[in-house]
Design a protein around this ligand. Structure first.
Ligand SMILES: Cc1cc2nc3c(=O)[nH]c(=O)nc-3n(C[C@H](O)[C@H](O)[C@H](O)COP(=O)(O)OP(=O)(O)OC[C@H]3O[C@@H](n4cnc5c(N)ncnc54)[C@H](O)[C@@H]3O)c2cc1C
Length: 443
């Protein structure tokens, strides 16, 4: 598509948030010829404690990879992807169930959150069309004058509310994209002014990062799997990091015993009893990690209209944050960005029109994915049951035999680019394929 650069240069495009959605969007727009300014409240994106408030490792699957291919980034990034072919579900007895994701050793991959984010930033900078402004926290939006007010402060962290030693800065925009995550300021300001309708729900789940280091320079668990322990009230998920270690995440509810036990010995005993991943990590290290790593909450965003007129658009978690139990939040975000970028092309380069029409094009799919993510928590809690394991494996064997005629829900979500709404529609309301066995989903 031909782009009129003079015209575009006069249209200042502002992206709030230099996370994965913000960088992916900035890159698409920069490639289309727009000059993009990205404002990010954090000053130091490589601070490790900041990273631990999220997760160090994330799973990327077909939808995320398709976006990387679309942006010509996949070939240079693929050597950093760490493949995982299925779940290894650890039982209390020590037995391990293997539950493959695909029919023919299809894999999802671990990416390091920090490296991936930097990789996207670097790609943005290479276009020469993207400028990053760090330590800029958005505070106000004046939609009539198209002005943004930032508080600049070199000490901001991801959730820092301290505005001391800060100065104010006002910036004009023509188009504004709110890629500022689950707790989006852009969304909140639009809600405050009655311009969008959104709710942020904090769920009862908490999580902490726990690293499982190598032993004698080797992985302590098979690196081809996502390892899961989900005994009693705890859920622990460990992803291979490609460097002989595992990035683990311990999930628990607010009322869990782990939140009440102040004594380190009792804490260790409780976790050991209920979730036996501790045989793979030294006691002292676990206690140190547990006590020093920050606890984070899980939230969900419900937002019915992501745009204000044809000027402002919410993108990524700001529009559709979901619980992490399908490992699809980031995949969905960067698929959303790709859908938006293609919508601009579909409208002959008219970004205003794409902003106005994006919600109606995409929300049906993000709502479907959110529903599947919520439901998957229940599946993860059951995957150590013998019955579940048998049905999962039967379903996958049948998928293998069907030569592509049937696919499980998981397969369609992780290994295809089919619209999520079509998967849910075909999957049927309340029918749980892996739990109930056949029938599988037919094309
Ligand atoms: C425990 C857990 C595990 C997960 N695992 C996976 C997984 O395996 N696979 C997967 O696909 N997804 C996963 N996700 C989801 C994934 O992390 C998110 O969907 C993704 O990071 C969203 O990216 P984003 O850029 O939209 O938002 P964010 O990553 O939140 O980025 C928002 C950016 O905006 C900045 N910002 C915020 N407010 C302001 C402001 N006022 N002014 C300026 N800047 C601001 C922030 O500092 C941040 O840099 C997981 C999520 C969790 C919680």
């Amino acid at each position: 598509m031909k782009t009129n650069i003079d015209y575009l240069e006069n249209k200042s495009v502002v992206v709030i948030g230099a996370g994965i959605s913000g960088c992916t969007l900035a890159l698409y727009l920069a490639k289309k010829g727009y000059k993009v300014q990205v404002y990010e409240k954090r000053m130091n994106l490589i601070n490790n404690n900041e990273i631990k408030k999220r997760t160090v490792g994330m799973s990327i699957s077909e939808r995320g990879i398709t976006t990387l291919k679309d942006l010509d980034l996949y070939d240079s990034y693929k050597s950093l992807l760490v493949p995982k072919y299925g779940r290894a579900v650890h039982l209390r007895s020590g037995q391990v169930y293997s539950q493959f994701y695909g029919a023919n050793r299809e894999a999802i991959y671990t990416v390091n959150r920090k490296h991936f984010n930097f990789y996207l930033m670097d790609a943005c900078l290479k276009t020469g069309n993207v400028e990053f402004f760090y330590g800029h926290k958005l505070e106000k939006i004046n939609v009539d004058d198209k002005k943004l007010t930032f508080i600049t402060n070199t000490n901001y962290s991801i959730d820092d509310q301290d505005n001391s030693c800060s100065t104010e800065k006002v910036v004009k925009y023509e188009y504004l994209f709110g890629c500022d995550g689950t707790f989006s300021c852009v969304r909140q300001r639009l809600v405050d002014q009655g311009l969008v309708d959104a709710t942020l729900t904090t769920l009862d789940y908490r999580f902490k990062e726990i690293y499982i280091p190598p032993r004698n320079g080797e992985y302590v668990l098979d690196p081809n799997y996502v390892h899961i322990w989900n005994i009693a009230e705890l859920l622990f998920v460990a992803l291979p990091d490609g460097k002989k270690g595992f990035n683990g995440t311990l999930f628990y509810t607010e009322s869990s015993e782990v939140n009440k036990l102040k004594d380190n010995e009792k804490l260790f005993e409780f976790v050991q009893e209920n979730c036996q991943f501790l045989s793979f990590i030294d006691k002292d290290q676990f206690i140190q990690e547990f006590n020093s790593n920050p606890e984070s909450k899980i939230s969900e965003v419900k937002c019915n209209n992501w745009n204000y007129q044809n000027q402002i658009l919410l993108v990524g978690d700001a529009a559709h944050a979901m619980p992490p139990f399908y490992a699809m939040g980031m995949n969905t975000c960067i698929e959303s960005v790709r859908v938006f970028a293609h919508l601009i092309d579909e409208f002959g380069g008219d970004i205003s029109k794409a902003i106005s029409h994006f919600t109606e094009r995409r929300i049906i799919d993000t709502e479907a994915m959110k529903a599947m993510a919520n439901r998957n928590y229940k599946k993860l809690r059951k995957c150590h049951n013998k019955d579940f394991d048998e049905k999962w494996n039967q379903a996958h064997e049948a998928m293998k035999q069907s030569n592509g005629e049937y696919e499980t829900e998981y397969f369609q979500v992780a290994f295809t680019n089919k619209p999520f709404s079509q998967i849910v529609e075909k999957y049927g309301q309340g029918v749980d394929v892996e739990e109930n066995g056949l029938p599988l989903i037919s094309h």
